[in-house]
Ligand binder design. Sequence first.
Ligand code: PLP
Length: 373
Amino acid sequence: MKFETLSVHAGRDVERATGAVAPPIQLSTTYERDIDGEWSRGFSYSRADNPGRRPLEECIAALEGGEDATTYGSGSAASMAVFSLLRPGEHVIAPIESYHGTAKQLRDILTPMGVTHTFVDMTRVDAVRDALRKETRLVWIETPSNPMLNISDIETIAELAHGRGAMVCCDNTFATPVWQRPLELGADLVMHSSTKYFGGHSDVMGGAVVTRDRGGLSDKLRDYQQTVGSVPSPFDCWLIRRSLTTLSCRVRAQTHNASRIAGFLQSHKNVERVFYPGLDTHPGHAIAQRQMKGGFGAMLSFNVRGGRDAAFAVAAKMQLFIRATSLGGVESLVEHRASVEGPHTVTPQNLLRLSVGLESAEDLIADLDQALG
Ligand code: PLP
C-alpha cells in the first residue's frame, strides 16, 4: 500500500464490539486474566502495551518502512531509549549542531555513565571517518538539522559506520517519512519527536523509534520502553494516530509554503542568508535532492542583517508567525534559537528559525515583508 493509504489504515480497524469507525480510547490500566492465569486477549497492564499504542506503533513503523516501532512520552524519551542501547566504554558520533536536547543527553547523562561522544561537522563524510574508533557503537544523524538545516549524506555515512561495526540512528523529525525514509538509505534506527509533524497541531508530546526488523534492537527497545515506563498516555496515542491520517497532506502543503517563503527571503535586502535545503544555493542541495523524495520540508532559518537586536526586532513585529518554540504544527512559528539553546549554542545570534504552517503563503510572506521592511 502507498504512504497515504497506510497513514489512514495501518494498525486501525473498525471496532468489532460497536462498529465504531473512529477508534475508542481505552483508559484501563489493567486487564482481566483468563481462568488459567493467562491474558489471551493480548493485554495485561497498560505500561506494557495497550490497545491505543499498538495501532500507533504499527502505523509509524509502516510509514517509515520498518518492521517495528516503540513509542514514548516525548522525542527526548525516544532518543534516550536509543542511548540505552549503549554500554560503558562505548562511543557515539553526533553532529555538532544536533538538537540541543540530544546533545545535552550525551553530555550530561551518557558521559557520567561512561559513554563518550564526539561532535563532528556531519555535512563532511571525512569528519565522520576521522572520528570513528573501534569503540564507536552509534553514529547519530540529524538531517535536515535543527536549526541550521544542514544536510548529512545518510547512505554514505551508514556504509562507513557499518564498515566499522557501528549502528546508525537518524532523527527524522524535520523531514518526516513523507520526504525521507532513512531505513531505505541504510540507517538501522529512525527516531522522531512526534510532538512535531506527527502530532501536527501543537497539542501533544510524543516520541518514536523505528527498527528495520523485529527481534534484536527492537526487542531491546521494547524491553526498555516497558521497564522504564516513559510511555505515551492512551489519549496521546489517540491524538497522534489521528493526526497521522493527515500527515502527508499537511507536510506537502507546509513544504509548498516554506519553499515559497525561502524564495522570498532570499531576495530580501534585510536578509543576509537563507538556510533551506530546497534552494540550489544551499551547500547540501544535491544530497538533499537525492535522499529526500521531491520535497525539502517546512522548516527554514535565516540571518537577519544587523545582528541579534535586529533579529529580535523582526520577530517582535511579526503578526501571523507566533513567537514560540517547537515546530511542525499547523500554525507558523518564529524562534530565536540561540537564546533557547543555552551556553553551548553554535547558532548565529542573528538567526531566526521558521516553522511554516498551513496558512496562506501570501499572508505569511506579507507578514515577513512588513516585519523585515
Ligand atoms: N529532535 C528534534 C530534531 C527536535 O526538534 C526536538 C524538539 O524540538 C527533539 C528531538 C526532542 O523532542 P521532544 O521535545 O518531543 O522531547
